[in-house]
Write a protein that binds this ligand. Structure first.
Ligand code: SF4
Length: 272
């Protein structure tokens, strides 16, 4: 019942981040909310007694239910993250956490001295494990590989934001290799210059799964914006600093893509 999730991903692919950071911050944020709610209740319920004598009791019951819901949500999500088991209503809880709780978790983490980067790495790792645990798969033309424009060599004369097919596949950046993967597997591939363009691409492609390559900041916002669409985030590496000539491990992307297309891993190649 409490066996560790079979979908656990190696820390090394997420800057060494552990999911226990995410779990700790989520538990801390839920505890904070549970402390704040009674304080919110006490202040107005004094005045509410003047309107009707039973209003303070009724509102107290509502606040207690809210606290119980937060605790249930927190425990359910921790159990799901730890074991990878599906629970009824977990998709809604995941949405609530991704969209509403994560900003609070980030604030709490910063206040406790954690680096923003570390918190986001942990978030991407947990998100990816939850996407894997959901068992979602895609047909090739509804799997979208979304790339940031910084993966393209900055000196490349070809503009790929309109059509990635204009790449001449010279081999000086990862785009050529990724196009060869696209030709092999038939998935869709797009280069986005920012959040607005990425959202437009997603609306047009209507993907079943998005595999997104970006830094932890863009992956975090992309995962939040795209919910409820499942986004599997792959961190790029930045040997030349942020946003310039970034790299991505093409072999690892192939493993991820084969997984979502329900293809078995290649012999001798490590799994996810
Ligand atoms: S592989 Fe394509 S995108 Fe990259 S530098 Fe060569 S032509 Fe430009």
């Amino acid at each position: 019942m409490f066996r560790k999730s079979p979908h656990s991903l190696p820390r090394s692919q997420y800057g060494g981040a552990r999911k226990r950071l995410f779990i700790g911050l989520m538990a801390g944020s839920c505890a904070l909310l549970c402390l704040v709610l009674p304080a919110i209740w006490i202040v107005p319920c004094v005045g509410w007694a003047g309107i009707h004598p039973s209003l303070p009791l009724l509102s107290g019951v509502v606040f207690l239910l809210a606290i119980a819901a937060i605790l249930w949500m927190c425990l359910g999500l921790v159990y799901h993250i730890y074991t990878g088991r599906h629970l009824p209503g977990i998709a809604r809880i995941r949405g609530f956490t991704i969209r509403l709780m994560f900003p609070l978790m980030e604030l709490l983490g910063r206040a406790l001295g954690f680096r923003r980067e570390e918190i986001r790495h942990s978030f991407v790792k947990v998100n990816n494990e939850m996407v894997l645990a959901s068992g979602v798969r895609a047909v090739p033309d509804r799997l979208l590989l979304l790339l940031p424009h910084c993966v393209q060599l900055s000196l490349c004369p070809h503009r790929l934001t309109q059509d990635v097919g204009w790449c001449a596949r010279c081999g000086r950046c990862p785009i050529g290799g990724l196009l060869r993967l696209r030709d092999t597997y038939g998935f869709r591939i797009a280069v986005a210059t920012g959040g607005t363009i990425a959202r437009r691409i997603v609306v047009q492609a209507r993907p079943q799964v998005i595999v997104a390559v970006a830094c932890e900041r863009d992956l975090t916002s992309g995962i939040q914006d795209s919910y409820p669409l499942p986004v599997f985030g792959v961190l790029n590496s930045r040997p030349n600093g942020p946003c310039v000539d970034t790299l991505v491990d093409v072999a690892r992307l192939e493993v991820v893509i084969r997984h979502f297309l329900q293809l078995p891993p290649r012999p001798g190649v490590e799994g996810l």
